[in-house]
Design a protein around this ligand. Structure first.
Ligand code: GTP
Ligand code: MG
Length: 429
């Protein structure tokens, strides 16, 4: 990625936390070398976001450390970006352009690329007018007639937005069909959700059959893990070994706090995997300070709230980084947000059996059923299919094959269809 240097800036209202932790991680994830940091506690300045005096300080710092960019953790308006750029003499970004930059770098699948482009356009659109105004005000020769040109540019942007929406719509339909097919084949869907960098992809690799990539068009070879924000942008799905059940596990894009509405919306369909799962594993980085853990959990709950009907199991990950006392304290401190968590280490493989057990327990129950099948090749192949998709309890071979098994509703319905009585009814129609 890029090899640039950045100075980070954050303004907070008095009494608020001026921590630069997250913007630092974001800047690193975008590939910047952080060469300076400035914070200020004061009310917002409409022209510069920070106070004028502070702008002078910032300019001096940028010159001294020779930074190629300034990144604000605050959201900046177009005029603020313009004013700051003029004063400081280098490019000025805010939290959201930085996030978009990271997403743009990482977007691998067609879907992720479209989502990034959509988010960029939605960010740009309201700013297009302001830019045209600024360009006119400058009266630079190169910008002559830009007002008119920008009208056209705006409608081009709107056209592009609607074309992207259409394409994303049909990609979502494809995903939906794929999910339906998986359900029809008796698979239960478990989704890994959680704040970015919590360890979802690492857990995915520890829990799932890495060799057995299913043939979803968006799947890459590995669910990558790096100690960076937003390593995962698309969705990866793998087979997970849960005794007696057929489970597919999906890794998803991480959550982050303070994302504006338009950005969340652009990535909404990425979270379908989570919203439509039979069970959600909410992964939490237990090595974060307690207060940070709480804040991240609240962000996750806000995102999942209303949209998820499936049971949610909280997974406190990275237990290897804490001693037992510290771990117990953290479990206690977030008990009201995560009542009955499973504590694991995805890296060390600790307590993964317990987690698999919880997945088995929390997935919707399977019903018991008995079917009679013809004593034929078809009947035999149905028996072997039942061994694959259900928990076979007993098989008796006589004039017919009598199979007792436990399975989810879809499988029971399918098995009934294959029994001779059902076949007769179908044939008689
Ligand atoms: N010590 C320790 N580190 C872990 C554990 N699980 C994950 N990590 C590390 O945490 C970092 C983030 O892990 P990922 O699996 O990429 O996290 P993610 O939730 O998929 O992150 P995004 O895809 O960026 O949202 C990596 O450096 C992992 O090696 C764990 O159990 N113990
Ligand atoms: Mg990941």
């Amino acid at each position: 990625m890029r090899n640039d240097t950045a100075v980070l800036v954050k303004r907070v209202d008095s009494g608020e936390d001026a921590s630069l932790d997250e913007i630092r991680d974001l800047a690193r994830a975008a590939g910047y070398d952080i060469v300076g940091e400035v914070t200020q506690s004061r009310q917002q300045d409409s022209a510069y976001e920070i106070g004028r005096g502070k702008v002078g300080e910032l300019r001096a710092l940028v010159e001294r450390v020779d930074a190629s960019k300034v990144v604000f953790d605050n959201e900046l308006g177009p005029y603020q970006v313009y004013n700051l750029g003029n004063e400081i003499g280098v490019e000025v970004d805010d939290r959201f352009t930085l996030i978009l930059e990271i997403f743009g770098d990482r977007a691998g699948s067609r879907k992720a690329q479209l989502q990034v482009e959509l988010a960029e356009l939605k960010y740009e659109l309201p700013r297009a007018d302001a830019k045209a105004n600024l360009a006119n005000r400058d009266e630079r020769p190169g910008f002559m007639g830009l007002g008119e040109y920008d009208e056209k540019r705006k409608s081009d942007m709107e056209d592009r937005i609607s074309r992207i929406r259409d394409e994303l719509g049909s990609l979502s339909e494809r995903d939906e069909a794929w999910r339906r097919e998986r359900r029809r084949s008796g698979f239960e869907l478990v989704a890994l959700a959680g704040y970015t960098n919590a360890g979802k992809s690492t857990l995915m690799r520890s829990l799932a059959d890495v060799d057995e990539a299913s043939n979803h068009p968006d799947i890459d070879d590995t669910a990558e893990s790096r100690n960076e924000l937003f390593t995962t942008l698309g969705t990866t799905t793998r087979r997970m070994d849960v005794p007696g059940r057929n489970v597919l596990l999906s890794d998803t894009v991480g959550f982050i706090s303070d994302l504006p509405h338009w950005l969340v919306q652009s990535f909404e369909s990425t979270l379908d995997e989570v919203y439509l799962a039979d069970l959600v594993l909410l992964v939490v980085d237990a090595s974060d300070p307690v207060e940070e853990m709480r804040e991240k959990l609240v962000t996750c709950h806000d995102t999942l709230w209303e949209r998820v009907e499936a049971p949610v199991v909280t997974v406190l990950n990275k237990a290897d980084l804490l001693d037992e006392d510290e771990l117990a304290k953290r479990v206690e401190a977030v008990r009201y947000l995560a009542p009955d968590p499973v504590v694991v280490s995805a890296v060390e493989g600790d307590s993964l059996d317990e987690l698999v057990g919880r997945v088995k327990d929390e997935l919707p129950d399977w019903e018991r059923e008995t079917v009679e099948l013809p004593m034929s090749d078809d009947g035999m192949s149905t028996v072997s299919w039942l061994y694959d998709t259900a928990e076979v309890l007993d098989v008796e071979y006589g004039e017919r094959i009598r199979v007792e098994f436990k399975a989810r509703d879809e499988i029971i319905a399918k098995a009934r269809n294959r029994s001779p009585l059902e076949t007769e009814t179908v044939a008689a129609r």
